[in-house]
Design a binder for this molecule. Sequence first.
Ligand code: URA
Length: 225
Amino acid sequence: MDENINELISDLRTYLEYLKGMGITTLPVTENILEKVARSETATLAEVRKELGDCKRCKLHRTRKTIVFGEGNEKATLMFIGEGPGYDEDVQGRPFVGKAGQLLTKIIESINLSREEVYIANIIKCRPPQNRNPEPDEIESCSPFLMKQIRVIQPKIICALGTFSAQTLLKTDTKITALRGKLCDLEGIKVIPTYHPAFLLRNPERKRDVWEDMKKISDLLKSPQ
Ligand code: URA
């Protein structure tokens, strides 16, 4: 990212010098281009969605019903990232709307936020057949779009839900039991992994851990930096 920006700045400088040589010393600016460049190569979620299109970049397009892009507040300070759509999400085209999703909604509300105030997405946007784990080529095709969503939203905190999300975002194979509740980093954004709501449905005794992680997230959201 930094390398790309440096290259862009260098190209821009060369071009401006060329224009100056031609006697052109002012430029009309019709939109906030600088902010757009600083934020990312795409400035809105609608642009990212448009670029994704009717995605056929990986084999999951053959079996999915709907692309589950993600939903919520484009200016969210807190973003939740799960693994990938399941049956209900595939049918409805929305993330976390099944049983695990209902629990996620409660988890969000436990820190006095609503689903509409946060942003919810997944590592991959199409349901794998029989809910198998996403494969490396599928993650590779999909993750640039998640990264663009993150760069547009620029949340203060990302809560990575479960092993798969945490390990993919943080590029590690450390176990979720060791990662959960730890303050990690992704491109300068704080990442806090916690257990996946589907895991909590099977292991309700771990809800206390997630509550502690959410309390930490809530405190960080209220802190000035
Ligand atoms: N599990 C996930 O990881 N994501 C969803 O959207 C639903 C269930």
